[in-house]
Design a binder for this molecule. Structure first.
Ligand code: AMP
Length: 282
């Protein structure tokens, strides 16, 4: 496995390959788990070469967020990627990614960035779009593998590829879960043992809310749905702090009524200072 540390080395790696080779690209922030590895495996099945990037992107964290505390487990990540037979991993430094002064970044329409995660994470999606655009520029034409776990991010990247005519084909893969239903996430390692026990209730409660919505003949009352999600979780424990629970159509556009097969129910919930997100498509 080649370990590439500079943008130039990624370009050189790409340019040394025959031009008809299919490249699979898996961008991550590391602290790899089976969710990430499911993207890696899909990429390997569908491409000649797979490159994984690991970069904890400062631009997508706001000052109050957990950038410095975000898990970094390079030695273990390296072993996992080597065991998967990945061809190359790109591990840039912050300075290489963002030479000072940073003058240009990607803008995201307010209508989009004011929804769900965006409403609570100022400039988060601008940071995501900027880093992914930069990575796409370095990697070149590729099939790009993203998880549906970060559904709003997935839709953002889908838009950006179209809006900027990027030579990337987006592939979305389903959320991998622990046996108890908790969506796999690098942040799960930050949960206390007590909170880890509680965390699967988030997905279980999402399933309940989905079933209620499905039984409601298309009616969608955002405040009512939010309240019942909060009440259900409060019945499990007073440790849950719900940030949002919202329903959108599958393009992440607001809805006034639900159309089965075209909905995503998205939630963000804190346990202690760990922010967990999850969603269900239905
Ligand atoms: P991250 O390292 O959190 O930025 O995630 C890198 C990629 O892995 C993103 O496309 C995520 O959506 C995806 N991912 C994270 N967790 C999961 C999961 N549990 N199942 C599937 N994909 C995931």
């Amino acid at each position: 496995m080649q370990v590439l540390t500079s943008p130039d080395s990624v370009r050189a790696f790409r340019e040394a390959l025959p031009s008809d080779m299919h490249m699979g690209f898996v961008p991550t922030m590391g602290a790899l788990h089976d969710g990430h590895l499911s993207l890696v495996r899909a990429s390997q099945q569908q491409n000649d070469i797979t490159i994984v990037s690991i970069f904890v992107n400062p631009l997508q964290f706001s000052p109050s967020e957990d950038f410095s505390n975000y898990p970094r487990t390079w030695d273990k990540d390296r072993q996992l990627l080597e065991a998967e037979g990945v061809d190359a991993v790109f591990l840039p430094s912050g300075d290489d990614m963002y030479p000072e002064p940073l003058i240009t970044t990607v803008a995201v329409a307010q209508a989009f960035s004011s929804r769900a995660c965006g409403a609570f994470r100022p400039n988060h999606f601008e940071g995501v779009a900027t880093v992914v655009l930069k990575l796409f520029q370095m990697v070149g034409p590729c099939n790009a593998y993203f998880g549906l776990k970060d559904y709003q991010q997935f839709i953002l990247i889908k838009h950006m590829i179209r809006d900027f005519n990027l030579p990337a084909t987006l592939v979305g893969l389903p959320t991998r879960r622990e046996e108890d239903g908790l969506a796999m996430s690098s942040r799960n390692t930050k949960l206390t043992p007590e909170d880890r026990e509680l965390a699967p209730a988030i997905y279980k409660t999402l399933l309940k809310i989905r079933d209620r919505l499905l039984a409601g003949n298309g009616a969608y009352n955002p405040a009512e749905v939010f309240d019942s999600f909060c009440r259900e979780l409060a019945n499990v424990s007073n440790q849950f702090r719900v940030q949002y629970l919202q329903c959108y159509d599958r393009n992440f556009e607001p809805i006034t009524e639900m159309v089965e097969g075209d909905c995503v129910l998205v939630a963000a919930v804190y346990l202690g200072d760990v922010r967990l997100i999850d969603n269900i498509l239905f």
